[in-house]
Write a protein that binds this ligand. Structure first.
Ligand SMILES: Nc1nc2c(c(=O)[nH]1)N[C@H]1C(S)=C(S)[C@@H](COP(=O)(O)OP(=O)(O)OC[C@H]3O[C@@H](n4cnc5c(N)ncnc54)[C@H](O)[C@@H]3O)O[C@H]1N2
Ligand code: MOO
Length: 437
């Protein structure tokens, strides 16, 4: 068991030196920091909505991309009335009055082959055999399933009524020529791509992916493939943030490792601003002596730093600046903080830029019952990673370790429980809404 006396999160029993004493650095204040909602509003207002740049892609490359323009169907889909069952195409008025003991009696006058035109007409009292997907022959207005028919000598007996349109997909039922098939602002999923293909559309206009530079700061951080020396750690954030960006439709650039040295940091930042639409800096945003992010952000082109600090756990030392028109985020180095802040504050910018239409409401939530009590830290709202455990009828939400340096707090979590400022804590057994992670 580790000695917990040294593990205090907030100011613990060992008080730091006070103002005026050597080595004093102003502590990071909690009072007066914006809430997450305020921070998001300020960030979105500053980042704006750049003119949407569009590129055209073949369908095979468009999965997950955001549709930039409305798509109109160039033709009716399907282009003809099709049967949805194996059976007989008939005229529904011929089936009127069917009783269990009084089937309709029809004459079979031909058959339709799938993939071929229907070259036989259905007249009153007639039926034409038709396969699933086959063209509805002219004159027929519905199809009866084989299972609801029998043969009696030359006659086809139909035992169950079918009304007009039954067992048929009408011409243009999936898409009507000239009408909208898909609206812009949606991420293209498998069904969307299928619908486009079905309408004969093979290329599609999508929003260009925002290019995002990743600067990993900290003398202690080495690329994951390198062996860390004493006191060093392997980079987690470069890989995790790049994956989050890709998942959200942005394009991460090759991560750049930046030493805690102003000249190198300045140069890396300059290069990142030249190459990217948005810059993410991991680490160095707090008040440590080697935390250079704020110092260098202060040198950025106007309007510069928009906010430094959010009343949030994890993620208090978050920084946001605009270098001209390029947003720059200083994300806390702790991996859980970096990913939670990415989710709460960076993702909205990416989505806004991509032109993704936000669905109204808070988004999907999972109802669960808290397994252990939670207390919110003073002055900050908190997002607590929780594992969801199915308890037959409801989920239990089990809080994960609240140490933002432990990435496994998130690998073990399926969602986050939000403790807003209005809530001091929640007892065990409280019903909570879990934000899926
Ligand atoms: N005196 C104070 N100290 C700290 C405060 C505070 O308010 N006053 N806040 C703490 C909180 S909360 C956080 S979060 C961190 C944020 O610090 P920085 O953003 O300056 O980040 P670093 O100090 O560079 O790193 C923090 C932590 O994360 C590790 N790290 C950094 N980069 C990576 C990476 N790419 N992959 C994995 N882990 C990384 C780093 O080694 C540190 O352990 O500040 C607290 N301190
Ligand atoms: O704010 Mo820190 O991000 O709690 O770990």
């Amino acid at each position: 068991m580790p000695d917990r006396s040294i593990l205090h999160d907030e100011r613990g029993p060992h008080e730091p030196p006070g103002p005026g004493t050597p080595g004093f650095r102003a502590p990071f204040p909690t009072a007066g920091l914006p809430t997450v909602a305020e921070a998001r509003q300020r960030i979105l207002a500053a980042a704006g909505r750049p003119p949407l740049q569009v590129e055209e892609l073949p369908l095979a490359e468009a999965l997950g991309r955001v549709l930039a323009k409305p798509v109109y169907a160039p033709e009716d889909v399907p282009g003809f009335h099709r049967s949805t069952v194996d059976g007989y195409a008939v005229r529904s008025q011929d089936l009127r009055g069917i009783q269990p003991d009084r089937p309709a009696r029809l004459q079979v006058v031909g058959r339709v082959l799938v993939g071929r035109p229907a070259d036989v007409r259905v007249e009153a009292g007639q039926a034409v055999a038709v396969p699933t997907g086959g063209m509805l022959p002219p004159g027929a207005d519905c199809v009866v399933m084989f299972e609801h028919t029998s043969r009696e000598g030359p006659w086809l007996l139909v035992h169950r009524f079918a009304g007009p349109g039954d067992n048929v997909i009408a011409r243009g039922e999936d898409a009507v020529a000239g009408l909208a098939l898909l609206a812009p602002g949606r991420r293209l999923g498998p069904a969307d791509l299928g619908a486009l293909a079905g309408a004969g559309i093979t290329r599609v206009a999508v929003a260009r992916e925002p290019r995002v530079a990743l600067l990993l700061t900290g003398d202690e951080v080495v690329p994951p493939g390198r062996s860390p020396g004493p006191g060093q750690i392997r980079d987690i954030n470069g890989v995790a943030l790049a994956a989050a960006l890709r998942q959200d439709g942005a394009r991460p650039l090759e991560p750049v490792y930046v030493p805690d040295e102003p000249a190198a940091f300045r140069q890396a930042l300059r290069d990142a601003l030249a190459a990217a639409d948005l810059v993410l800096i991991s680490g160095g945003s707090s008040v440590g002596e080697r935390d250079l992010t704020a110092e260098l952000a202060a040198e950025l082109e106007s309007p510069g730093v928009i906010l430094h600090g959010v009343a949030l756990k994890p993620g208090k030392p978050t920084l946001f600046a605009m270098a001209g028109r390029t947003p720059v985020f200083g994300l806390p180095g702790n991996p859980v903080s970096a990913l939670v802040v990415y989710r709460l504050l960076v993702r909205p910018v990416i989505f806004r830029w991509l032109g993704l239409e936000e669905s109204p409401g808070p988004g999907p939530r999972i109802r669960a019952r808290l397994e252990t009590p939670l207390r919110r830290p003073p002055g900050r709202e908190e997002y607590v990673p929780v594992a969801l455990i199915w308890r037959g009828g409801e989920y239990g939400a089990r809080p994960q370790p609240r140490k933002s340096g432990l990435i496994t707090a998130l690998t073990g979590a399926q969602g986050l429980v939000h403790l807003p400022l209005e809530v001091e804590g929640l007892p065990a057994g409280a019903e909570v809404e879990v934000i899926p992670w």
